[in-house]
Each structure stands twice: as C-alpha cells, then as structure tokens.
Design a protein around this ligand. Structure first.
Ligand SMILES: Nc1ncnc2c1ncn2[C@@H]1O[C@H](COP(=O)(O)OP(=O)(O)O)[C@@H](O)[C@H]1O
Ligand SMILES: [Mg+2]
Length: 352
C-alpha cells in the first residue's frame, strides 16, 4: 500500500477497502476515535492527531484523506524530524535551480505536491523555530515561495498534523509558537495508546499473525495461551508498531506449532517505566492486575473477583472503567489460537 523512502517522506495509493475497516480495533476508546474521524474527515478543516508513537496516527491521516472530497488528490506525508533543519525549508516549499549548493534542478516542495489533496505533517512538535515562522506565514496566506525566488504560488491543501509531544508543555517552555498552535489546533483528536484499548492488543496480534502468515506463505499457527496472556498484559510502549514488528519477526523465525511468548520476545509485564504521576501509576497497576486475574482464571469473572478479593459488581465496574474486554482472553480462544474476526463495531464484552 505504501512506498517508503529514506528521506522520511511517503506517499500512499488508494486501497479499495473502506478506510476505517483497515483500522483494527474493538475497544470503546478507539471506536470513539473512529467515530470522530468519520465526522471530521468530510469537513475541510485541519486536524491535529495527538498520540504516542506507533498508535496509528498516520493510518488515521490516510483515512481522513480517503474519506474526504480530496480522496482523488494526492496524499503526501512528511516526517519533519527525519529531515535535517537545513533541508526542511526546501523540502516543504521547494527550490529553484541554483538556489543553494546542490540545488541542481528546480524542485517541487511537499506542500506544492500535495496541491488539491492532503498534506500529513508528522511530528509537528519537533519542527525548528525558524520553520515554525515560515509555516505560520504559509498557513495565513496559503501561498508558497520556493527557496531561491520564483513567483509566489497559491496552494490548496488540507493539512493533518501529528505529534507525540505535549504541545502545551512545548509552548510553556518556549519551544513551540502559541500562534502556530492555534492555527493547527482547529480540531484535535487524541489517539489512545494500546494499553488503554482493552483487548485490542490480542486482536491486533491475531490480525498481524494472519496477515504475515499469508504474506510470507507460512502456515498460520496460533499463539500459545501464555503468549496471549503476555500480549494482553504487556504495556506496549511501542504501541501497534511494536505488535506488528514482533509478530512479523515471530512468523518469520518461529519454528514450533504455536508462537510462544519467547518467539515474541516478551518478558514479564513492565510496571516501572515513567511513573511520573501517582494517580496514573495506580490506574496502570490496577489495569495490569485486572488483566492478569482474567488471564489466570481464563476470564472466569467469579473466580477473578475472588482472586482479587472484590465483588463481581466491583469487578464489572473496574473492567468497564479500564475498558478491559474479556473476549480476547476466553479459554476456547486461548486454545483455539487465531481469532481476529472481531471488529471495533463489536463493542466491549464484559457481560459474561
Ligand atoms: N488499528 C490498527 N490496525 C491495524 N494496523 C495498525 C493500526 N494502528 C496502526 N497500525 C499499523 O501500525 C504501524 C504504525 O502505525 P502509524 O500510523 O505509522 O503510527 P504513528 O503514525 O502513530 O506512529 C503501521 O504499520 C500501521 O499500519
Ligand atoms: Mg508516525
């Protein structure tokens, strides 16, 4: 679907499947994001996608493009920090022949090449101050000037921005311009990390397992029950990208009849990273313990409640609060291996 290149830019070609169906999820938190995207996409506003690395921001940006009236136009992505500061201006705005050493020919900038379509500015929180000023000027005028002169050109692009930075903090620290922030923050969507998506990790792992098995012509083995428990309990700091990478590797390297936790290189669940705030830390620990109790009891809610020393109603409400579904962890699925037919429309399942 995509071609990659080393300069940090990518382009996408349309896929026949409905854009949102490519986004695998079942958790209420992600379903809410997709509903927002459906509403925002057809309206010609700029969108700011906020979320950790690997949560699917670029996939959502493509979906926004494909669900918009610009779908037949280009989708041009640019990963701002991947481009050296000295080249970023010409990358965005283009340059005239001879405008600097190495500018051997006139080159179209990414903004101009997205004319009539959508420009995806990834990691916008990391662009240098000098570029912030130039970008702001463009947003105010919709006019670009190539490096090294030439006549100003009117460009019609919709911009989707993404960042994993806390822009409020960046502004407070003087690293990000407040006036630019207000320009780009027309509509913001927070994309939750995988650890806030209930049973989505297991769903995603099964999805990638099927996909890579087919792609590499391997027998589609299932995950061991221990692997499924680990997938459900792991914090996934690298989010969907990390699930994708580990499953790809396991499909290529694994030998046994099932994929094990060791094939996925999953260790004990992590508790220790970045415990900045006590409330967050408590929430996180609580969610982990709930997942472990479900895993240990094969999602038998009575047993899990007993194990945790709480009542069933309390357990229900905690599962709902943490958006933890039990479908992905049920016994028959633990032994049955690949599930993966659930979609975000199926909703949460804690009624057992
Ligand atoms: N919900 C999802 N369903 C299927 N694949 C996903 C999903 N979210 C992300 N991916 C895949 O995970 C990888 C990382 O996603 P990406 O959009 O690049 O994340 P980000 O831009 O937030 O870093 C990509 O290969 C993407 O296709
Ligand atoms: Mg990205």
């Amino acid at each position: 679907m995509r071609r990659g290149s080393s300069d940090g830019t990518r382009s996408a070609t349309a896929d026949s499947s409905a854009p949102l169906d490519r986004i695998i999820c079942r958790s209420p938190s992600m379903a809410a994001v997709l509903r927002d995207i459906e509403k925002i996409a057809p309206v010609d506003v700029s969108v700011l996608l906020l979320g950790e690395s690997g949560t699917g921001k670029e996939l959502l940006a493509q979906a926004i493009h494909e669900l918009s009236s610009r779908a037949r136009g280009p989708f041009v992505a640019i990963n701002c920090p991947a481009i050296p500061e000295t080249l970023l201006e010409s990358e965005l705005f283009g340059h005239e022949k001879g405008s600097f050493t190495g500018a051997v020919q006139q080159t179209l900038g990414k903004i101009e090449s997205a004319n009539g379509g959508t420009l995806f500015l990834d990691e916008i929180g990391d662009i240098p101050q000098s570029m912030q000023v130039k970008l702001l000027r463009f947003l105010q005028s919709q006019v670009i000037e190539r490096v090294g002169g030439g006549r100003p050109r009117q460009v019609n692009v919709r911009i989707v921005y993404a960042t994993n930075q806390d822009l409020g903090h960046q502004i407070a620290e003087g690293r990000f311009r407040e006036d630019l922030f207000y320009r780009i923050n027309q509509v913001a969507v927070r994309v939750p990390p995988v650890r806030e998506r209930g049973g989505d990790a297991v769903l995603l792992a099964n999805h990638f397992l099927k996909r890579f098995a087919a792609e590499f012509g391997r027998e589609p083995r299932g995950f061991s029950s221990e692997a499924l428990q680990m997938i459900g309990a792991y914090r996934w700091p690298g989010n969907v990208r990390d699930i994708e990478n580990r499953v790809r590797r396991a499909v290529i390297m694994g030998r046994g009849s099932v994929i094990t936790a060791a094939d996925l290189d999953l260790a004990e669940p992590e508790f220790s990273e970045n415990l900045i705030d006590l409330r967050q830390a408590r929430q996180r620990a609580e969610a982990e313990v709930l997942r472990q109790a479900l895993a240990q009891t094969g999602s038998n809610l009575s047993q899990a409640a007993k194990l945790l020393g709480i009542s069933r109603p309390t357990l229900y409400s905690l599962l709902r609060q943490h958006e933890i579904g039990t479908l992905g962890l049920r016994r028959e699925q633990l032994s049955g291996g690949v599930t993966g037919r659930l979609s975000w429309r199926d909703g949460i399942d804690v009624a057992g």
